[in-house]
Ligand binder design. Structure first.
Ligand code: GLA
Length: 380
């Protein structure tokens, strides 16, 4: 009896609106504005996705580049947490892939060559003797076709690019689609798909450089990182994996518990010397497939937290070792060594030459799919 009466009273209270508060959430929005013209005369745009918590992410269809990402900190103030430029001209000049979509093959392929079905393919070599991030004119420099595919739950931008057969040496006509969507959970979800008309290899990522204290506000060495990875792929002098999957146990590569990025970055370690810091692929414990938490970064100063979830088997931790103060970015900020970190979700570098690594081969009739989510929040 008592229970029934209590239940009745509770449902009355709920009906009167005294129950748990329903947040009246405004739906995420997207606004479009011109962003300039490329050197070959193509007009490009800037799309700004915004949600009800003050998160605002700007993306241009030139290279699918994330140009700005405003996220509130502990004090409620929003800061722009990605490195980049104020105008398109900044991105048209050489730069180290700030915010860009990377393809056809993110990371390195040894000596710019691989063999598929007995055929030797020669790629553009743009990193010493190796191929890096898709070549000389990779997906980061393409003008993508843009479409607003927003729903009630998320502001969403669909970017599509078709790369012709033989582009930068890769076989097959490859059509890639990347959907960026921002919801009210402060998640930027990136869904990648691709199809090809010939057997080929593909590995797509986003190359954003984060600084959770705000872009240009010092180095990221005090940021605390957790990586869900018990192994990493050690490299040679050209940053090509040796093929070994090495345990992180008792090495500066063990981020399984939250550790400052800078705590061991200058340790006398052969792998850190080769990378000039961290520039390595970690083998995610989840193994790829299901969307799983891969990394968490916390900036103790601002309280901002970034979590990365992915369906990919690997993640490249790059600590901006090559930034050297020669690039001036947004608001006149100078980007010095280690002023940003990248967490590039990916298949392992040089997989086309490493039969024991998860395969990056895509065949006609198949669809390449991967998803990565970057989620921001504030820690107390
Ligand atoms: C990747 C590479 C680095 C560097 C940057 C761009 O993260 O692994 O070695 O080339 O891109 O500068």
């Amino acid at each position: 009896m008592r229970t029934a009466a209590a239940a009745a009273a509770l449902s009355l209270l709920l009906a009167w609106g005294c129950g748990p508060k329903r947040q009246s959430e405004a739906k995420p929005t997207m606004k479009t504005q011109p962003f300039g013209t490329t050197s070959d005369g193509q007009a490009v745009e800037l799309f700004t996705l915004a949600n009800s918590n003050g998160v605002e992410i700007a993306i241009t269809n030139y290279g699918g580049i994330i140009t700005a990402w405003k996220a509130p900190g502990r004090d409620g103030r929003a800061a722009d947490i990605v490195l980049g430029f104020d105008t398109l001209d900044g991105y048209l000049a050489p730069h180290p892939y700030f915010g860009a979509l990377v393809g056809r093959y993110a990371n390195r392929i040894a000596k710019g060559t691989f063999t598929l079905n007995g055929v030797v393919y020669k790629l553009a070599r743009n990193n010493g003797e190796n191929a890096l991030h898709g070549g000389i004119k990779g997906f980061d420099k393409a003008v993508w076709k843009a479409r607003d595919v927003s729903t009630a739950a998320a502001a969403a931008l669909d970017l599509t690019h078709t790369s012709p057969d033989g582009d930068e040496g890769y076989p097959g006509t490859l059509t890639a689609t990347v959907v960026y969507s921002l919801n009210n959970n402060n998640e930027l979800r990136i869904d990648y798909t691709a199809t090809s008309d010939k057997d080929t290899v593909v590995n797509l990522t986003n190359h954003s450089y984060f600084n959770l204290a705000g872009q240009g506000e010092g180095d990221i060495l005090g940021h605390e990182l957790t990586l869900m990875a018990g192994r990493f792929t050690p490299v040679d002098a050209g940053l090509i994996p040796t093929g070994e999957l090495r345990s992180v146990e008792n090495t500066p590569f063990d981020f399984r518990r939250p550790t400052a990025i800078g705590a061991r970055i200058d340790a006398a370690d052969e792998q850190l010397k080769l990378g000039g810091g961290y520039d390595h692929n970690f083998v995610l414990d989840a193994g790829g497939g299901a969307l799983s938490l891969a990394a968490r970064v916390r900036d103790p100063g601002s309280g901002r937290v970034l979590e990365v979830l992915t369906t990919q088997p690997g993640i490249q931790l790059y600590t901006g070792n090559f930034l050297d103060g020669t690039i001036t970015g947004k608001g006149g900020k100078v980007y010095r060594r280690r002023y940003g970190f990248c967490l590039e979700t990916q298949h392992f570098p040089d997989s086309p030459n490493q039969p024991s690594f998860p395969s990056t081969v895509l065949k006609p009739g198949q669809t390449y799919r991967s998803t990565t989510v970057y989620r921001t929040s504030v820690a107390k």
